[in-house]
Design a protein around this ligand. Structure first.
Ligand SMILES: [Zn+2]
Length: 69
């Protein structure tokens, strides 16, 4: 089962091992307040940033919309 880094709307961040269906069906609860409104925390945000800068560097960005990458 994968590990998730989750953040609750109350500000609690925690790491939990759960199945995909547990997460999809909101069966994971915040250990602090019990809320199921949890956001995934991605520690490796570089993936998104690299994609964005790569698209901007494309000389034909205005034509291809960055999808040539
Ligand atoms: Zn909470």
């Amino acid at each position: 089962m994968p590990f998730y880094d989750l953040k609750c709307s109350c500000g609690e961040e925690f790491n939990i091992m759960a199945s995909m269906s547990d997460r999809e069906n909101k069966r994971i609860k915040c250990p602090r307040c019990g809320s199921t409104e949890l956001e995934a925390v991605f520690t490796n945000v570089n993936i998104v940033q690299q994609k964005k800068s790569g698209a901007a560097e494309c000389p034909n960005y205005h034509q291809c919309g960055g999808c040539c990458h």
